[in-house]
Ligand binder design. Structure first.
Ligand SMILES: CC[C@H](C(=O)O)C(=O)SCCNC(=O)CCNC(=O)[C@H](O)C(C)(C)COP(=O)(O)OP(=O)(O)OC[C@H]1O[C@@H](n2cnc3c(N)ncnc32)[C@H](O)[C@@H]1OP(=O)(O)O
Ligand SMILES: [Co+2]
Length: 134
Protein backbone atom coordinates (compact mmCIF):
# COMPACT_ATOMS: atom_id res chain seq x y z
CA UNK A 1 0.00 0.00 0.00
CA UNK A 2 2.75 2.49 0.95
CA UNK A 3 4.75 4.39 -1.61
CA UNK A 4 7.45 6.99 -0.91
CA UNK A 5 7.86 8.99 2.28
CA UNK A 6 6.39 12.36 1.26
CA UNK A 7 7.23 14.34 4.40
CA UNK A 8 7.91 14.27 8.12
CA UNK A 9 6.06 17.02 10.01
CA UNK A 10 7.25 18.97 13.03
CA UNK A 11 4.98 21.20 15.10
CA UNK A 12 6.79 24.42 15.99
CA UNK A 13 5.94 27.07 18.60
CA UNK A 14 7.42 29.97 16.56
CA UNK A 15 7.19 29.57 12.77
CA UNK A 16 9.43 32.51 11.85
CA UNK A 17 12.15 31.37 14.24
CA UNK A 18 11.94 27.84 12.83
CA UNK A 19 12.11 29.10 9.21
CA UNK A 20 15.09 31.24 10.11
CA UNK A 21 16.91 28.28 11.69
CA UNK A 22 16.34 26.02 8.68
CA UNK A 23 17.32 28.74 6.18
CA UNK A 24 20.15 30.51 7.94
CA UNK A 25 21.62 27.82 10.18
CA UNK A 26 21.03 24.69 8.09
CA UNK A 27 21.16 26.43 4.69
CA UNK A 28 17.92 24.76 3.55
CA UNK A 29 15.40 25.88 0.93
CA UNK A 30 12.08 26.70 2.64
CA UNK A 31 8.78 27.30 0.76
CA UNK A 32 6.53 30.32 1.38
CA UNK A 33 3.99 29.90 4.25
CA UNK A 34 0.64 28.41 3.20
CA UNK A 35 -2.45 29.03 5.34
CA UNK A 36 -4.83 26.05 5.40
CA UNK A 37 -7.90 27.07 7.46
CA UNK A 38 -9.69 23.78 6.73
CA UNK A 39 -6.86 21.97 8.52
CA UNK A 40 -6.22 24.64 11.19
CA UNK A 41 -2.56 25.00 10.22
CA UNK A 42 0.00 27.22 8.56
CA UNK A 43 2.69 25.15 6.86
CA UNK A 44 6.03 25.57 5.16
CA UNK A 45 8.07 22.81 3.53
CA UNK A 46 11.81 22.38 3.90
CA UNK A 47 13.04 20.66 0.77
CA UNK A 48 15.90 18.20 0.89
CA UNK A 49 17.12 15.85 -1.81
CA UNK A 50 15.06 12.77 -0.98
CA UNK A 51 12.04 14.12 0.93
CA UNK A 52 10.55 17.15 2.76
CA UNK A 53 10.11 18.34 6.32
CA UNK A 54 6.81 20.10 7.00
CA UNK A 55 6.88 22.78 9.70
CA UNK A 56 3.40 23.19 11.23
CA UNK A 57 2.03 26.13 13.18
CA UNK A 58 -1.55 26.48 14.55
CA UNK A 59 -4.11 28.52 12.60
CA UNK A 60 -7.46 29.41 14.19
CA UNK A 61 -9.08 28.33 17.45
CA UNK A 62 -9.52 24.58 16.94
CA UNK A 63 -6.17 23.70 15.49
CA UNK A 64 -4.92 20.13 16.11
CA UNK A 65 -1.48 21.73 16.43
CA UNK A 66 -2.66 24.00 19.26
CA UNK A 67 -3.54 20.95 21.40
CA UNK A 68 -0.26 19.25 20.44
CA UNK A 69 1.82 22.32 21.40
CA UNK A 70 0.02 22.62 24.73
CA UNK A 71 1.31 19.14 25.54
CA UNK A 72 4.70 19.72 23.87
CA UNK A 73 5.49 23.43 24.32
CA UNK A 74 8.91 23.21 22.67
CA UNK A 75 7.38 21.53 19.61
CA UNK A 76 8.10 18.04 18.33
CA UNK A 77 7.61 15.46 15.63
CA UNK A 78 3.93 15.44 14.69
CA UNK A 79 3.39 12.98 11.80
CA UNK A 80 4.85 11.01 8.92
CA UNK A 81 3.23 11.27 5.48
CA UNK A 82 3.37 8.32 3.07
CA UNK A 83 2.25 8.36 -0.54
CA UNK A 84 -0.42 5.95 -1.79
CA UNK A 85 -1.72 5.36 -5.32
CA UNK A 86 -5.39 4.98 -4.39
CA UNK A 87 -6.44 6.65 -1.13
CA UNK A 88 -9.99 5.28 -1.12
CA UNK A 89 -8.80 1.71 -1.62
CA UNK A 90 -6.19 2.26 1.12
CA UNK A 91 -8.84 3.71 3.47
CA UNK A 92 -11.25 0.82 2.91
CA UNK A 93 -8.54 -1.78 3.53
CA UNK A 94 -7.36 0.01 6.70
CA UNK A 95 -10.91 0.23 8.08
CA UNK A 96 -11.39 -3.47 7.32
CA UNK A 97 -8.23 -4.13 9.36
CA UNK A 98 -9.57 -2.14 12.33
CA UNK A 99 -7.50 1.03 11.89
CA UNK A 100 -9.17 4.30 12.96
CA UNK A 101 -9.28 6.74 10.06
CA UNK A 102 -9.63 10.24 11.53
CA UNK A 103 -12.33 12.79 10.76
CA UNK A 104 -15.36 11.68 8.78
CA UNK A 105 -13.29 9.20 6.77
CA UNK A 106 -13.43 11.27 3.60
CA UNK A 107 -10.15 12.60 2.23
CA UNK A 108 -9.54 16.37 2.37
CA UNK A 109 -7.29 18.32 0.05
CA UNK A 110 -3.88 18.81 1.69
CA UNK A 111 -1.04 21.26 1.27
CA UNK A 112 0.04 19.80 -2.10
CA UNK A 113 -3.47 20.06 -3.57
CA UNK A 114 -3.90 16.26 -3.31
CA UNK A 115 -6.30 14.13 -1.19
CA UNK A 116 -5.06 13.26 2.31
CA UNK A 117 -6.26 11.19 5.28
CA UNK A 118 -4.93 10.76 8.82
CA UNK A 119 -4.71 7.52 10.83
CA UNK A 120 -4.96 7.41 14.63
CA UNK A 121 -1.55 7.50 16.35
CA UNK A 122 -2.65 4.86 18.88
CA UNK A 123 -3.06 2.39 15.99
CA UNK A 124 0.54 2.96 14.80
CA UNK A 125 2.80 2.77 17.85
CA UNK A 126 2.14 6.35 18.93
CA UNK A 127 2.81 7.90 15.51
CA UNK A 128 0.20 9.91 13.59
CA UNK A 129 0.23 8.80 9.93
CA UNK A 130 -0.89 10.92 6.98
CA UNK A 131 -1.62 9.28 3.62
CA UNK A 132 -1.43 11.38 0.48
CA UNK A 133 -2.65 10.20 -2.91
CA UNK A 134 -0.09 11.01 -5.59
C1 LIG B 1 -3.36 18.35 5.56
C2 LIG B 1 -2.53 19.59 5.59
C3 LIG B 1 -1.09 19.32 5.95
C4 LIG B 1 -0.47 18.43 4.85
O1 LIG B 1 0.54 17.80 5.06
O2 LIG B 1 -0.99 18.45 3.69
C5 LIG B 1 -1.00 18.63 7.31
O3 LIG B 1 -0.27 17.73 7.54
S1 LIG B 1 -2.01 19.26 8.57
C6 LIG B 1 -1.62 18.33 10.00
C7 LIG B 1 -2.58 18.64 11.08
N1 LIG B 1 -3.75 17.82 11.00
C8 LIG B 1 -3.96 16.78 11.81
O4 LIG B 1 -3.17 16.47 12.68
C9 LIG B 1 -5.26 16.03 11.57
C10 LIG B 1 -5.33 14.73 12.32
N2 LIG B 1 -5.19 14.92 13.75
C11 LIG B 1 -6.22 14.72 14.60
O5 LIG B 1 -7.32 14.36 14.19
C12 LIG B 1 -5.98 14.94 16.06
O6 LIG B 1 -4.89 15.81 16.26
C13 LIG B 1 -5.68 13.60 16.82
C14 LIG B 1 -6.88 12.63 16.72
C15 LIG B 1 -4.41 12.90 16.33
C16 LIG B 1 -5.49 13.93 18.30
O7 LIG B 1 -6.58 14.71 18.69
P1 LIG B 1 -7.28 14.61 20.12
O8 LIG B 1 -8.27 15.71 20.27
O9 LIG B 1 -7.74 13.24 20.33
O10 LIG B 1 -6.06 15.00 21.00
P2 LIG B 1 -5.52 14.36 22.27
O11 LIG B 1 -4.49 15.33 22.68
O12 LIG B 1 -6.62 13.98 23.21
O13 LIG B 1 -4.79 13.02 21.77
C17 LIG B 1 -5.23 11.70 22.04
C18 LIG B 1 -3.98 10.85 22.24
O14 LIG B 1 -3.20 10.85 21.04
C19 LIG B 1 -1.91 11.42 21.30
N3 LIG B 1 -1.53 12.25 20.15
C20 LIG B 1 -2.17 13.34 19.71
N4 LIG B 1 -1.53 13.85 18.65
C21 LIG B 1 -0.48 13.03 18.41
C22 LIG B 1 0.55 13.03 17.43
N5 LIG B 1 0.63 13.99 16.51
N6 LIG B 1 1.47 12.06 17.47
C23 LIG B 1 1.43 11.07 18.41
N7 LIG B 1 0.44 11.00 19.38
C24 LIG B 1 -0.48 11.98 19.36
C25 LIG B 1 -2.09 12.26 22.54
O15 LIG B 1 -0.86 12.42 23.20
C26 LIG B 1 -3.08 11.43 23.32
O16 LIG B 1 -2.40 10.37 23.94
P3 LIG B 1 -2.57 10.05 25.50
O17 LIG B 1 -1.71 8.86 25.74
O18 LIG B 1 -4.05 9.76 25.67
O19 LIG B 1 -2.13 11.28 26.21
CO1 LIG C 1 1.41 16.71 6.63
Amino acid sequence: MLGRLNHVAIAVPDLNAAINRYEKVLGAKVSAPQHLPEHGVTVVFVEVENTKTELLFPLGDNSPIGAFLEKNPSGGMHHMCYEVDDILAARDKLIEDGVRVLGDGNPKIGAHGKPVLFLHPKDFDGTLIELEQV
